[in-house]
Design a protein. Structure first.
Length: 52
């Protein structure tokens, strides 16, 4: 589990370095799956432009 967490964090860092908004969370309850980590990423193409 610790190793998979490190791999997932590396994936988050890669995504952020490449312009994505990325979050690592988990499914609830943790017992629902042995692979309960959930990486959510949003493409830089989907970022909203703020009005100035």
């Amino acid at each position: 589990e610790t190793c998979m967490g490190l791999v997932d964090m590396d994936r988050v860092h890669w995504a952020e370095e490449n312009g994505y908004d990325a979050t690592l969370t988990h499914l609830n309850p943790l017992s629902c799956s042995t692979k309960h980590n959930l990486l959510i990423g949003r493409s830089p193409k989907w970022k909203c432009k703020q009005n100035k």
